[in-house]
Structures are given as structure tokens and as C-alpha cells.
Design a protein around this ligand. Structure first.
Ligand code: LMR
Length: 396
């Protein structure tokens, strides 16, 4: 039967890695997949993670199953990290969650969970959004619609058009929002704009579904969760998919959280039984190791302080690169105004060039980025900045 299958093209983001690795140009630059890199181009294991792993190795006494929800300690620590320890929904006992294999696992579990509550429910996603949102949510049975979000011509958020479209969304529909560090465009909602969307959700009855993959990469752990926390206070029901890939640097360990906020404790208990049943019928239960690392960091004051320092270092390096990029593009004579890059947040921004120009950067200069011209800023460094900016200036 398998002879009937056709080959699919490589994944638009992950596929770049193979071409980059095969490229022998010593000046090659990888700005593709969203993985933090330090000045030397390495993706380090954080010191806090190393220390937590060392302790785990000593203290772990069993490899027995942990169950579909994962460990209670990880769930509680993550709920507090995301919502803040004193959030009213936590105090009211309206939150339930499950440890998942990465943020992708969380998105998929939540999408299947929604599909049980309302088969074929519509979810509105930003245009553009992370490419993998579409299969993760759509393959679970949800119908995908888009709302305008980023205007490529002005390289900025088009909030008025976003609001115009979201006015059409009512009860039973979901709206996917990026908590911070929008992937792929780096343009985030301001606090005032979060307030507007929260009021709309409250009035119109749609359910916010928030993807938080970069907490701590924008301004700070708390600032980056401000909109999510406001939304959680404003609406009766909400979903959150969180990832520990970037902020703990645990990419390959696959650590995430699928969280649901319910109207009341009784709905929460019923909903959680469904959520865990989705997990059981899917991958049975999550892997333990990465989440155990996160739990030990978040529950140890010293380790947590170390981790927060390392997270701040990653954030500040990216912010420094953003400023350096704007300056160096101007110095290289690149035509156009790139100052928007400095105003945007997190790992990504669009350079704003055409797919043909992206292709030229790849073939002529061995510079790799997604076709949309999304660049993963951390792939730049003091060492390659000049080469990169001159290359961009030459193809503009
Ligand atoms: C990205 O957007 O590059 C990352 O989230 C990695 C991925 O899985 O696509």
C-alpha cells in the first residue's frame, strides 16, 4: 500500500537545517530554525540545567511511569511561572494542566481536547503565524481561519484590521494569540491592545488560546506574561500551550505544558479527565527527564535565580544584536528603514525581502533563512554581522 504515497517537500523550517549542514562555505550563516545561539554559534546547555541534571542523577530512584498528567510538582511550578503565584484563577481552583512533549505536544493535546468539546470548532490564527500551528491544530480536526496581524509593507502590527476581523468572532470559536515574541514577526500587542482584545473576548464570548513559547525572551518573565494574565482574569475559559524549549534551552528534551482554565472547579475536573484521556490515546504519557529538570530549577531558589540570570543574558544578547543589526545595515548602505527590527521582540523578525532575494542570499552567500525572510536573530554575532549586512545590502 505504501507505493501510493507521494513524497512531500521538506518542512519549511526544519528542512533548512539539512541544506545548511551540507554547505561547505566557511562563512555560512544559519538564521533558520529558532534555536538560541551564543556569540560562538553554539546552543549551550544552561548551567542551571546542568546542575539540576547532576542533582537528578544522584536523587532519582526510579524510572517507573509518571502518568498522563506528568508530575504534580512540574505542573504546579509551571502554572505559577505562567500565571504568577497569586493569580485569581489559581486561587479559585479553576486551572488544570498536563505536562506535554514540548509546546507542540501541548498545542496538539489542546486542539484534540477542543475537538471533543466542539467537533470541528473554528480557531482564528494570526496572519502570519508559526507555520506548524496549521498542521498541529488543523490535523486535530479544528477549522482554521486567519485574522490580519502584521503589515509587511510598513513592517508593523495592523491592530485596527485585527480588531475589525475579530469583531466577527463569537462564542464557540477560539482565537490563537502569541503571548509574547510573536513567531514569525516579532511584533507584539501592547498592554492597551491586550486590554482591547480581552474586552472583546469577554463581550463576544470567544475562547482565547494562547501560545507562550518564549516567556522571558521579550522583556522579562512577568512582563511577557502580562497579556496572558490579564486575559485569564477577564474570561471564563481559556487555553494555554507553553514551551520550555527556548527559555530553559531544553529543545530536544521536549518539555511543555497544556493548561486549561475553566469556569468552575467541577468543569475543571470533568475537563481534566478528557484531557488526560486525549493524552493516553495519543502518546500515553510524557517523557520525564526534561520536565524533572524544570521542576527542580523552579522549586529551588538558588537554581531559579541562576536560571533567570542566564535567561536575561540570552534576552540581552538578542536585544543587542537587534540594535547592532539596524546600525550595521545602515552602515553597509542597505536601502530601506530597518529600525522596526529594534522595536520588535524575541527570536524572530522578518527582514522584509522577497523569496527571490532570500534565495539569492542562500546561493550566493550561504545565508540561510525561511522563505518568508524570517530571521532567527541569535544566529548573528559580532563575527558574522558585517558579512551578513553587506550581503543584504548587495541583494537589495
Ligand atoms: C521555529 O519556529 O523555528 C521553532 O519554533 C522551531 C520549530 O519547531 O519550528
Amino acid at each position: 500500500m505504501f507505493e501510493q504515497l507521494n513524497s512531500l517537500p521538506p518542512d519549511p523550517i526544519l528542512g533548512l537545517l539539512a541544506s545548511y549542514r551540507a554547505d561547505e562555505n566557511p562563512n555560512k550563516i544559519d538564521l533558520g530554525v529558532g534555536v538560541y545561539k551564543d556569540e560562538a554559534g553554539h546552543t549551550p546547555v544552561l548551567q542551571a540545567v546542568k546542575e539540576a541534571e547532576t542533582r537528578l542523577l544522584q536523587s532519582e530512584e526510579t524510572k517507573a511511569y509518571i502518568g498522563p498528567a506528568g508530575t504534580p510538582g512540574f505542573n504546579a511550578a509551571m502554572q505559577e511561572l505562567i500565571l504568577g503565584a497569586d493569580h485569581p484563577v489559581l486561587r479559585a481552583g479553576r486551572v488544570r494542566s498536563a505536562q506535554t512533549p514540548g509546546g507542540c505536544g501541548a498545542l496538539r493535546v489542546l486542539a484534540e481536547f477542543v475537538n471533543r468539546a466542539k467537533a470541528g470548532a473554528t480557531i482564528w490564527v494570526s496572519d502570519p503565524t508559526w507555520a506548524n500551528h496549521v498542521p498541529l491544530l488543523g490535523n486535530a480536526g479544528l477549522k482554521i481561519e486567519t485574522y490580519p496581524y502584521y503589515d509587511r509593507a510598513s513592517s508593523s502590527l495592523q491592530f485596527d484590521r485585527m480588531v475589525e476581523t475579530l469583531k466577527l468572532v463569537g462564542e464557540g470559536d477560539l482565537v490563537l494569540l502569541h503571548a509574547c515574541c510573536h513567531n514569525p514577526c516579532g511584533a507584539d500587542l501592547s498592554r492597551e491592545q491586550w486590554q482591547v482584545i480581552a474586552e472583546m473576548a469577554q463581550k463576544q464570548g470567544f475562547t482565547p488560546f494562547i501560545d507562550m513559547a518564549y516567556q522571558g525572551f521579550g522583556d522579562s518573565l512577568d512582563d511577557d506574561a502580562w497579556g496572558l494574565r490579564l486575559m485569564a482574569e477577564s474570561v471564563p475559559e481559556m487555553l494555554v500551550a507553553a514551551s520550555c524549549s527556548k527559555n530553559f534551552g531544553l529543545y530536544r528534551e521536549r518539555v511543555g505544558l497544556a493548561m486549561a482554565i475553566y469556569n468552575n472547579g467541577s468543569d475543571a475536573d470533568k475537563g481534566q479527565s478528557q484531557m488526560l484521556n486525549v493524552v493516553r490515546g495519543n502518546y500515553s504519557m510524557p517523557p520525564s527527564h526534561g520536565a524533572a529538570i524544570v521542576e527542580s530549577i523552579l522549586t529551588d531558589a538558588g537554581l531559579k535565580a541562576n536560571w533567570m540570570e542566564e535567561l536575561a543574558e540570552m534576552r540581552e544578547r538578542i536585544n543587542g544584536l537587534r540594535a547592532g543589526l539596524v546600525e550595521n545595515l545602515a552602515a553597509a548602505g542597505a536601502s530601506g528603514d530597518f529600525s522596526f527590527i529594534q522595536r520588535q521582540k524575541g527570536m524572530f523578525s522578518f527582514l522584509g525581502i522577497t523569496p527571490e532575494q532570500v534565495q539569492r542570499l542562500q546561493t550566493e552567500y550561504s545565508i540561510y533563512m525561511v522563505d518568508s525572510s524570517r530571521i532567527s536573530i541569535a544566529g548573528l554575532s559580532q563575527h558574522n554581522m558585517d558579512y551578513f549586512c553587506k550581503a543584504v545590502a548587495s541583494i537589495l
